[in-house]
Structures are given as C-alpha cells and as structure tokens.
Design a protein around this ligand. Sequence first.
Ligand code: NI
Length: 390
Amino acid sequence: MNRSIHELVKKQHEYVIGLRRHFRTFPEIGGQEYETQKKIITELEGMGLVPRIVASTGVIVDIKGDKPGKTIAIRADMDALPINDEVEQPYRSQNAGCCHACGHDGHTAMLLGIGKVFTAIRADLAGTVRLLFQPSEERYPGGALAMIADGALVGVDAVIGAHLWQPLTVGTMGLTYGPMMASPDEFTITIKGFGGHGSMPHQTVDPLYVGAQIVLALKTVTGNNVDANELAVLSLGMFKAGDIFNVIPDSAVLKGTVRTFSQATRETIFAAVQRICDGICAAAGAANKLEIYYGFPPVINNPDIAKIVAQAGEAILGKEAVIELKPSMVGEDFSYYQQQVPGCFMFIGVGNKDKGIIYPHHHPKFDMDENALSYGVEVMAEAALKLLQN
Ligand code: NI
C-alpha cells in the first residue's frame, strides 16, 4: 500500500461521498449532463486545474506532474437513467423521471476524488494523469466516440476505468485478463402478414402465429450455430402483435438483443436469425424485415495492464478481495477507448446485504455502500501510479 495515497484518499472520503450524493440528487440523462458538467468544472477549477469541455457535455482535464513521463487516462461516465428514483434516502433524485440507478454518480465522484489525490502529489508525479468525464454511456452510440474525437486519447499510453458493481460485495473488486464485457447488439424483426376477422383465419396470413414460431426458433440460434466454447446470448425483450380479441393483426414486431465477443460470432448469429425469419415467413406466406443495430464493441482487457490493476487492488483490498471474473454479457462503451490504447476495465464491489444494499443495477432502489467509493479512488489512483512507473 502506498502510504501517501492512502492518507490522501482517507482525507477525501467525505468529500467524495458528498459529491456522490449531490449527483444522485440531481441526475441528468445522457447528452443532457449540463449541470453535472458545471459541477465537475467548478470542482476541478477549485483544485487549480484547467478543465476543457468536450463531447458537448463531457470534461477532460490533465494533471501534469512536475517531472516528465507517460500519460495515463482514467475514465468515468456521468449519465443517469430515465426512471423514477425510489430510494428512501435524503439524496433521492429531485429530477422527476431521472435516477442514478447504475452508479455513474459514484463514478463521477470518484474521479473528482482522484483529481484531489493527484493534485496533492503533483510535485512528485512523473507524467500526466488525464481525467475523462464521459457523458452518455447508457444511450447508443455512447459518449466515448465523441470523447475520442475531441482528443481524449491523444498522447495517452494506457486507459483504465471502473464500474461500481452491485453483485460484488463492498471491499472486493473484480476483473478479467481478457474478454470482460460483450457487444450489446439490438435487433428488430417486423413480420408483415395479412390481417382480418378472427372468425375467418383462413382468409388471413397471421403474423402473430408466424411470430410465435420465430420466437421458438430463435431460442435454437446460439446452440445450433455457435461453438459451445464461444460466449453468446440471444434474448427477446418484446413481441407485439394485435390489440383486440377478434382481429387478426396485419403485422407483428419482435425486439431482442445479441451479446457476443467477436465479429464472426455476431455475423453467424444474425445470418441464422435472417434464415429463420425467411424460412418461417416463406412457409406461412408472410414477409419480414430484420433490422440490426450494432452496439458497442466488446470490452477486452489488456492482460498486462490488468495485472498491474490487480496488483494495485491486492495491495489495497488484500489478495482474496481481488476476484478474477468470468466475462459478463453486459455491454460498455469503454471498449472504444480500448480499441485505441491498451486498457483495463474493473468492477468495484458496492453490495452489502447487512445494509439492505441488494437492488440490482437499473432498479429504482439501486444504491451503494459508499465505503466502496474510497476503495475505488485508491485502487484507481494506485493503478495509475503503477502504470506511470511501468
Ligand atoms: Ni452503468
């Protein structure tokens, strides 16, 4: 453990918690983080730093050490979700229909805490720590691309980032040394039949019946087309057809998601989806349109950077507290940074059953054990220091 970092983090504990509660109280959805941006800029300027506005509602700031060296970027996302906040706490959202139910309030607060730490040790710092406050992680196409377009990674040697993670207990962290999070693709299938009276189905092409067959057939796609050693998920989230009991509808719509770790698997799956739609529709005399929206690339950790991050975690949380995870099928636009420079994404545990902190991400009662914030600040600061030295 790095004594000076540890003491500095301890000193910032209440500051970071205060910021986190502020952001939870005043959340903003992706692309509209204007007040969040203002608050970040005020705090950074208070540290004597010179932040710059990027990606419309994002912020970048460099903390340049007095000695030359590498540049390490640390990224936090800033956006909230368009749902009501149901947490019974004084910091419950005051912006109706908007809630920090994913923990990005904590990410932003931690990055400001990291800013305080590095500002304090600037004189001894060899190299630059760049803080990336990124808007709009929850909405496609994600804010990372706009950050990169505005120079977020210019001169950067490595990038790290963290998600506060409810499934992990506070005081632990998790990461992988390779594939970490999947590409979250979206698709829509529109089935065009021929509607009519419920009493005379023989005069119709029933898209509801066709859709039902497609639902069942799609369940075979991963098993029948993807190597069992490859990770892949296909699930459906919507099947809409018709409005009342005695009308056979004219069309039906299905929506779902495909989660993979490679372009080849992605293409295999969507080719199979198209074949199934074409085959079943042809048999029934219906038509179909498959629309695919490719989400973020997969988050793939650089093994060397991940080892350094894990060492930092072990020094602070203890060896047993750093968990090597299986890849998660959730998506993250942190992957765009990793396509440009080597990087590592990690999960910092916030779960705590004893405190009733059990609600999953995106739940209106999602909350965190705030002790996690200091752990996150210290692990990321320590990892950035190690990366500067390596
Ligand atoms: Ni999130």
